[in-house]
Design a protein around this ligand. Sequence first.
Ligand code: DC
Length: 226
Amino acid sequence: MAKTYNIAIDGPAGAGKSTIAKTTAFELGFVYVDTGAMYRAMALYFLRQGIAKEDEKAIEEACREIEVSIRYEDGVQQVLLNGENVSGLIRTEEVSNMTSATSVYKSVRQKLLELQRRLAATSNVIMDGRDIGTCVLPDAQTKIYLTASSHVRALRRHKELLEKGETCNLEEIEQDIIERDYRDMHRDIAPLKQAEDAVFLDSSRMTIRQVVDGIINAARERGLTL
Ligand code: DC
């Protein structure tokens, strides 16, 4: 089988990874893999079971009952939890916070690693997450570390929630983002950090177009011939 071309995008919550990765995938004809959605599906299961985020043992046991898979509908990734499409249920603040807290556990990360590697081995993917360039796909041909200031990220999230008709408070959102960053960057296993060979992009003052072009140019410089 021909070797696939993989683009890894890591960065903190709200840096625009999914929007950017989706657009780039569409333009390159790549498959977009949103790994955060997989961690979110697992967190939803723990919430539904009433498991406390500190209860590592119960989480480890619950991992054995979980089957996460993905499929694509009209090119859009759907995440399935034990066969149920939960894509519409995993974007709440409650799930976000549970996900950040439970993605620190080895049992949770181990569960998803193989699925993520298998997807990258079978298709040209642009995969986003926190540990893709450092841990999941250390041989990805192009690695991007995409970030933005916590204030800009909070403003983006605030706008998104208002558009969905949800009530929210900008200061609380920024505080949540700062806490989530801290947890994601300081956990023992696969913490969020820039891979040594990743291209650093700060999207605070960049348009989506500029970031997408930055990624496509980086990939072309690294052997992508499309
Ligand atoms: O990208 P996101 O906001 O959907 O991710 C939700 C949480 O999942 C985030 O707090 C960290 C965790 N995550 C992770 O630990 N590793 C990944 N590859 C992707 C997400």
